[in-house]
Design a protein around this ligand. Structure first.
Ligand code: ATP
Length: 433
């Protein structure tokens, strides 16, 4: 199936000038040290698809570190080497990043006195990758510049929009590829090839996801959460029973799906609004709301969730239904504020997952109002001007003032006057001794 296609023209028309010049330079550096140099992986895939990608992946046969050294010197780039893995990263002045890896040549010990035989080069490197479309290389050395090397029929799969693994043990070898398949499928609007889909499902059924560390699974899962078509991707993960196996006790029902739809409708706004928001935690609120204590703790440990998250979830899941009613009924901002004062940004997203778009709009208005509302007076002012003892009463009065301001009952101008009235009414209610 191996094909060698000249893609020099595609490179010239699809790549920014800066990048095609850089690739030519890297090829010449390879010539200087006498080693074959290729660009590989997602960069090649995106180039052929016409998608912009500025992370250049380079593979050098035998000795990537020498090429990285030379390139860093000639390009005046910052070099970070990982000697143990024979890889390096170059950070160019103009923001480009180049990752360089080594295709290690393994020697085959011949049984006779013959010299050792080279058996593995770029082909073996590409064979270790996840899917055909990610397993192409383009040679960069001057003589062959622009030669597309396709051992596994990747170009054909790209044209027929298929995600296909390279061998039958692919998902057993690395089960995180199951999540990657879904990620690329939904991102590009491709289809996971039939045999590949069968192997994925087999690996899931045989419990291979459970053998992977929570940290690695979380990493791939979080990449899916960053995709544009995240909602479709989660649905595909549930088709392959990945959700069920990664998060025991989570059932991907239609009501779960509606909550996720609402959540992802709200997220773009929320990410812009809040300083910090973790998508993984936001989704975990929706996934784990009905979990028993034990299962929750098991999942918390596996994926390194914080204790804080678990205790917040336990509190909020009890009030989520009445709270979402309050918002849907457009109750006063102060009423909502009193309940949600200590909520994290992810908890607000969880609330939003219970709301239709109209109610979400009201929640946004509420959050904007809270963000834009500050009191002029503070506790010190109350203590000094009204002879109060610092403590609970001062806090209560500040909260009452703040709530009145949220509801538009008072303004900056009437704030002090209102504080005075509040304090007077408190003292008039205290029975004389
Ligand atoms: P993205 O656009 O999301 O960065 P990418 O294809 O560049 O896509 P990376 O995760 O950066 O994805 O991986 C770079 C390359 O390394 C891939 O194209 C693939 O060839 C290879 N690769 C990454 N992860 C795996 C894996 N788990 N198994 C096999 N090969 C992998």
């Amino acid at each position: 199936e191996t094909t060698f296609l000249n893609v020099r023209d595609i490179m010239l028309s699809n790549l920014p000038k800066k990048i095609s010049i850089l690739l030519r330079q890297l090829g010449r550096f390879g010539d200087e040290i006498g080693l074959p140099v290729y660009t590989v992986g997602g960069f090649v895939r995106d180039l052929l698809m016409g998608n912009p990608n500025y992370d250049i992946d380079i593979v050098v046969e035998k000795d990537g570190l020498s090429l990285a050294d030379l390139a860093a010197r000639k390009l005046n780039a910052k070099l970070v080497k990982y000697e143990k893995f024979l890889t390096a990263s170059l950070f160019c002045k103009d923001g480009l990043r180049i990752d360089v890896a080594t295709a290690r040549t393994e020697y085959y010990e011949a049984p006779t006195e013959l010299p050792q035989v080279e058996v593995s080069t770029i082909k073996k490197d590409l064979y270790r990758r996840d899917f055909t479309i990610n397993a192409m290389a383009i040679k960069l050395n001057q003589k062959d510049f622009g030669l597309l090397i396709d051992f596994f029929g990747a170009k054909k799969d790209l044209d027929s929009k298929l995600i296909r693994c390279l061998h039958t043990l692919s998902f057993v070898e690395d089960p995180t590829r199951i999540l990657r398949a879904v990620r690329f499928e939904t991102r590009f609007g491709f289809k996971i090839e039939q045999q590949t889909a069968r192997l994925m499902l087999d690996a899931v059924h045989q419990g291979y996801l459970e053998k992977v560390s929570g940290q690695r699974l979380r990493q791939e899962f979080e990449k899916i959460l960053e995709e544009k078509s995240v909602f479709e991707a989660l649905k595909r993960l549930s088709d392959f029973e990945v959700i069920k196996h990664m998060f025991p006790g989570v059932f991907y029902t239609s009501s779960m799906e509606e909550k996720l739809r609402a959540l992802f409708m709200f997220l773009p706004w929320a990410e812009n609004f809040f300083e910090k928001l973790n998508r993984f935690y936001a989704v975990m609120y929706v996934f784990l709301e009905y979990h028993s204590e034990n299962l929750l703790e098991e999942i918390r440990q596996r994926y390194g969730l914080s204790h804080c998250f678990v205790s917040e979830l336990k509190v909020i899941k009890k009030m989520i239904v009445p709270l979402s009613k309050m918002i849907s009924l457009h109750m006063e901002f102060s009423d909502i504020y009193r309940v949600t004062q200590s909520f994290s940004s992810e908890a607000f997203c969880y609330v939003a997952s219970y709301l239709d778009s109209q109610a979400q709009q009201y929640l946004k208005e509420f959050l904007e109002k809270v963000k834009g509302t500050r009191l002029k007076v503070n506790g010190g002012y109350l203590v000094k001007n009204f002879n109060l003892k610092p403590g609970r009463l001062v806090g209560d009065i500040l909260e009452k003032l703040y709530c009145a301001k949220l509801d538009g009952v008072i303004t900056d101008e009437s704030e002090e006057e209102y504080a005075k009235k509040l304090i007077e009414s408190v003292f008039s209610k205290v029975p004389e001794q």
